[in-house]
Write a protein that binds this ligand. Structure first.
Ligand SMILES: *[C@@H]1O[C@H](CO)[C@@H](O)[C@H](O)[C@H]1NC(C)=O
Ligand SMILES: *[C@@H]1O[C@H](CO)[C@@H](O)[C@H](O)[C@H]1NC(C)=O
Length: 334
């Protein structure tokens, strides 16, 4: 007999099973130490004092417990994404929130006059993943600089260079951080917008990553020449149907989302974030979409390196404008 329990009851039951049946075990010091050493090796982190190191270890251990408890719910099918150790595993939730809350995308000073609107008569593919078409470069890392907007923009530019010109280019975020500044509505390592970046590239082109490497700091514009030029850029109408058609017809699309602490320990599955708003604060790149287990999702490239998410990517629930994903989508045109 199938007993239908409501979600609260299921959650209650699983909390009890955690406490009493020990289906989620307490993380031991040995286990925490083993994982801590892997974490330190992978991140190459070091702390300024032994006191700080042991404080960080304590936070790490607490996070491990949170991850284990969450994954019990994941295994029972109660939550849709899995947690694991990421490069943010030594931060408290508050510290991680400080990090994501520094992102700024709220102004829109360079809206495009061109709008991409879904054609309701078109039937799009059920799924697409532009990584399978060589249109997406490796996952990059913005570091301690709120330059997500620049990474989102280069992602869309790289996609168009690959799909329209057959050029496998890796483009420079530092070029945008240093050169696409206030007059484009951007503030380097203090935030910016993808359309501001596109407006700059429309006027000045963009250098390659090799010619203008990333330093994660604000400095003077040093652009010499351009490896990719665009003629304009287009804003996608603010609905997911239009976004979906744009992804199929155009390629990887720059979007903003409201990033919250739900992302801190994400490593796989479909993110359903009940706490995010539809006001974006973080620029990322939609590289495709798909469905699994009756749930539709977007496939998104982030700029937090590959020691986070699914090798740097995450899946976000689709068709509910989750975290404002359809609010500021745009792409360049050549
Ligand atoms: C982009 O435009 C600039 C200025 O017009 C030009 O010097 C450069 O060669 C162009 N680059 C490419 C790759 O077309
Ligand atoms: C986005 O989410 C954060 C939580 O990370 C929240 O504090 C912030 O106000 C949200 N941003 C906007 C613009 O709504």
């Amino acid at each position: 007999m199938v007993v239908k329990m409501n979600l609260h009851l299921i959650l209650l039951v699983s909390v009890f099973s955690c406490l009493f049946i020990a289906s989620c075990q307490a993380v031991t010091d040995d286990e925490a130490t083993r994982q801590w050493n892997i974490f330190l090796e992978r991140t190459e982190k070091s702390y300024r004092s032994p006191v700080e190191a042991s404080r960080r270890f304590a936070i790490f251990k607490e996070n491990l417990q949170k991850i284990e408890n969450h994954n019990v719910l994941f295994d029972q099918g109660i939550v849709t994404y899995k947690m694991g150790v990421t490069k943010f595993a030594d931060l408290t939730k508050e510290e991680f929130l400080l990090y994501v809350n520094k992102f700024k995308l709220s102004r829109k000073p360079n809206p495009s006059r061109n709008i991409f609107k879904a054609n309701p008569n078109l039937k799009e593919a059920d799924e697409i993943d532009w990584r399978d078409y060589g249109a997406v470069t490796y996952v990059k890392d913005q570091g301690q600089c709120e330059s997500c907007w620049a990474f989102s923009a280069t992602g869309a530019l790289e996609g168009q260079a690959a799909l329209l010109l057959g050029k496998q280019l890796v483009l420079s975020e530092q070029n945008l951080v240093d050169c696409a500044t206030e007059e484009y509505g951007n503030y380097g390592c203090k935030g910016g917008l993808m359309d501001g970046a596109f407006e700059y590239v429309r006027l000045h082109g963009i250098a390659s990553e090799d010619d203008y490497p990333y330093t994660a700091t604000d400095s003077n514009c040093k652009q010499k020449g351009s490896v990719f030029n665009i003629s304009s850029y287009v804003d996608v109408q603010q609905d997911e149907q239009s976004l979906r058609q744009a992804v199929v017809e155009i390629g990887p699309i720059s979007v903003g989302i409201n990033a919250t602490d739900e992302l801190q320990h994400y490593i796989s599955g479909i993110l359903i974030d009940k706490t995010c708003t539809d006001q974006p604060n973080h620029g990322v790149l939609v590289v495709g979409y798909s469905s699994e287990g009756g749930k539709d999702y977007w496939i998104i490239k982030n700029s937090w390196g590959d020691y986070w998410g699914e090798k740097g990517y995450f899946n976000l629930i689709r068709n509910e404008n989750a975290c404002g994903i359809a609010t500021m989508a745009s792409y360049p045109t050549i």
